[in-house]
Design a protein around this ligand. Structure first.
Ligand SMILES: [Zn+2]
Length: 265
């Protein structure tokens, strides 16, 4: 028999305002080194424009500030690659990342998916577009590089998707992606395997540690955009990232302990 609580949970799913997130305290970071990259915000690069004409670079900065703060409070050692609306370009960020020697890298973005309709008029008289049919997060990584590097990204990306769904976030179906990315077996995970010149530079820019992009939400979906401005959503996201980071790094350590052959160049 369904309890009232369970029934309510089934009836209200993300990004509905009634949909709850299951918040778990962050695990102790114990010095785990993580890079948080707020996507875009390089000179002349504000990213997409959302349903309120909000700039992707501003959204990812707010998300990164909250994520970094939660992670540091839990004992993670975090390098945030940009802390101002306009920060360093991608090549400088990669140089800083390589110097920092992280164990994992997460780059935050938002998506703008197809079939939008006019929604609001911006302060400058321009049109802001909305599309409420395709909410959800996605996780992207590159298939380029040696197998050990690619499997590290796969482990990190899959752990993120799993933990985000456990918290209550919804994985994007990928309906808009087929020609762009290959679908992974894990929901919400996609692999950049396009012709070389079309590939996302940042995804393949370093092999110093597993790097994935998380498209946190659909910037054209008014409900999902509103949810991502709530502290509870940002706390739930931080919890998922922290648990995934612990899992991804302990899995790689276990792989070494359990006798994987040493890498030979
Ligand atoms: Zn982006």
């Amino acid at each position: 028999m369904l309890t009232t609580t369970l029934l309510a949970t089934l009836l209200t799913s993300w990004p509905s305002a009634d949909a709850g997130l299951l918040l778990r305290p962050l695990p102790p970071g114990a010095g785990l080194r993580l890079v948080v990259d707020p996507g875009h915000g390089a000179p002349n690069n504000t990213g997409n424009s959302g349903c309120h004409c909000q700039a992707e670079a501003d959204e990812t900065l707010a998300e990164a500030n909250a994520l970094t703060s939660h992670l540091r409070d839990a004992g993670f050692v975090v390098l945030q690659t940009r802390t101002t609306p306009v920060g360093p370009g991608y090549r400088s960020r990669i140089a800083a990342i390589e110097q920092f020697k992280p164990q994992l890298i997460i780059s935050l973005h938002t998506d703008a998916r197809a079939d939008a309709v006019p929604f609001e008029t911006a302060a400058d008289g321009g049109t802001c577009w909305a599309n409420a049919t395709d909410p959800g997060f996605s996780v992207l990584w590159s298939e380029e590089g040696p197998p050990a590097v690619v499997s590290g990204r796969e482990r990190w990306g899959r752990a993120l998707s799993t933990k985000l769904r456990e918290v209550g976030f919804v994985a994007y179906s990928g309906a808009d992606y087929p020609s762009l990315y290959r679908f992974d077996d894990e929901p919400g995970c996609f692999i950049d395997a396009r012709p070389f010149k079309q590939r996302v530079y940042f995804l393949r820019a370093t092999r110093v540690a597993p790097l994935v992009i998380v498209e946190t939400h659909h910037a054209l979906d008014p409900l999902e955009v509103a949810r991502w401005r709530e502290p509870r959503t940002l706390a739930g996201f931080a919890s998922a990232v922290a648990w995934a980071a612990v899992e991804a790094t302990s899995a790689s350590a276990a792989g070494v302990r359990h006798g994987q052959p040493p890498h030979r160049p």
